[in-house]
Write a protein that binds this ligand. Structure first.
Ligand code: AMP
Ligand code: MG
Length: 353
């Protein structure tokens, strides 16, 4: 176990904050690991061009080595350092959505080690908008490879305490600043082939990308349930992921049927001696009668559900519930990303009522 330094970014503490960035920069330049907030989730960063650093990322997370890492940059020009094919579409998207929650897949240059691309000839690149992430990348002077800062398979971290729970003692430093806003990982769009393809839904939706590029497809493997034999193009999307310890089921149908199904199911499980969590919404939480009832947000705001989703899954873990029943949510806007993550977290258990 190593000692993990925790540096908390605070308003109006210029000098102290500067010291945190300096320390983090030193760690990154010497091949160590620093977790930091972004606008999507916390990332676990290491020098993207240093194979030893990326090996440490895989080890700390317990991440399969074929699951490539996203490289984070602070300046649009850095695209040319990492990719040999910065095409027109990439420039248009960068202009419109960077800095922000959009990752682009492009053909890679040789300086990008195969070990961070899972052996693929492409590299995933993002320029985050979170001020702490941007400042860290800029001042450290390295391109930062950063997957989500969670143990592989668990819900992604949206608060420093989540990172501390998963990675304390395994990484050099955690920069704390609980202003992670969006709550689900970046949209990934593959621009390395003819038709731009969304490999992972996120805050930037297909409609938003279409407005800039015209035609944009969604990788059929990530729409709805995974069909046997259909392999997603983003290697990471094939794993069970984002999952709480409890057995999670999504209940779908007319709202009153959903509520009565969940009330019955929860009562039955409790009668058998199990503890049950219910993922409800502001509008429905008072309609449940038993179990640990929590609202994940408002049915009128997909963004509120995205923001709270992972934190609530982790809260259920901390409470030690054995079964979770979740309502199903709108797939408008960032709701598509929410349902994509929730379905994976549930291991595709969807109960239609
Ligand atoms: P995370 O860092 O936890 O947000 O996961 C990164 C995601 O990006 C995973 O689903 C990866 O499979 C995907 N990814 C990274 N690089 C590539 C690439 N070159 N081609 C396709 N998917 C990628
Ligand atoms: Mg992840």
């Amino acid at each position: 176990m190593m000692e993990t330094i925790i540096g908390k970014i605070q308003k109006d503490q210029e000098k102290e904050n500067r010291l945190i960035y300096e320390k983090a920069g030193q760690i990154l330049r010497s091949g160590g690991l620093v977790a930091f907030p972004t606008e999507t989730v916390y990332g676990l960063g290491g020098d993207a061009l240093d194979e030893k650093a990326s090996a440490k990322i895989y080890a700390a997370k317990g991440r399969p080595s074929d699951n490539p890492l996203i490289v984070h940059i602070a300046d649009q020009k850095d695209l040319y350092e990492l990719s040999c094919d910065v095409n027109e579409k990439a420039l248009k998207l960068a202009e419109k959505f960077w800095p922000g929650p959009l990752t682009m897949i492009l053909k890679k240059k040789d300086i990008v080690p195969n070990s961070i691309t899972g052996g693929l000839g492409t590299v995933a690149i993002r320029m985050p908008s979170h001020p702490v992430a941007a400042e860290l990348i800029r001042t450290s002077g390295v391109y930062i490879a950063a997957p989500s800062a969670n143990t592989s398979g668990k819900p992604s971290p949206t608060k420093a305490e989540h990172v501390i729970n998963d990675l304390s003692g395994k990484i050099d430093m955690i920069i704390e600043d609980d202003t992670v806003d969006i709550g689900v990982e970046s949209t990934i769009v593959d621009l390395s082939e003819e038709i731009p393809t969304i490999l992972r839904p996120g805050y930037i939706t297909q409609e938003m990308l279409c407005e800039v590029l015209g035609e944009v497809r969604i990788d059929p493997a990530i729409e709805g349930s995974l069909k046997p034999g259909v392999v997603p193009k983003a290697p990471g999307m094939k794993y069970k992921h984002y999952a709480p310890n409890a057995d999670l089921a999504i209940v779908e149908g007319q709202m009153e049927h959903v509520i009565s199904y969940i009330n019955d199911a929860a009562a039955k499980k409790e009668a058998q001696g199990f503890s049950v969590g219910i993922m409800a919404t502001d509008e429905t939480k008072n309609l449940y009668h038993t179990g640990e009832i929590r609202s994940v947000g408002s049915r009128n705001s997909e963004a509120s559900v995205a923001h709270n989703l992972y934190a609530l899954l982790r809260e259920f873990d901390q409470m030690g519930v054995q079964y979770i029943y979740s309502e199903s949510f709108s797939t408008n806007n960032v709701g598509q990303a929410v349902m994509n993550r929730l379905i994976k977290a549930a291991g595709h258990t969807i109960i239609e009522v």
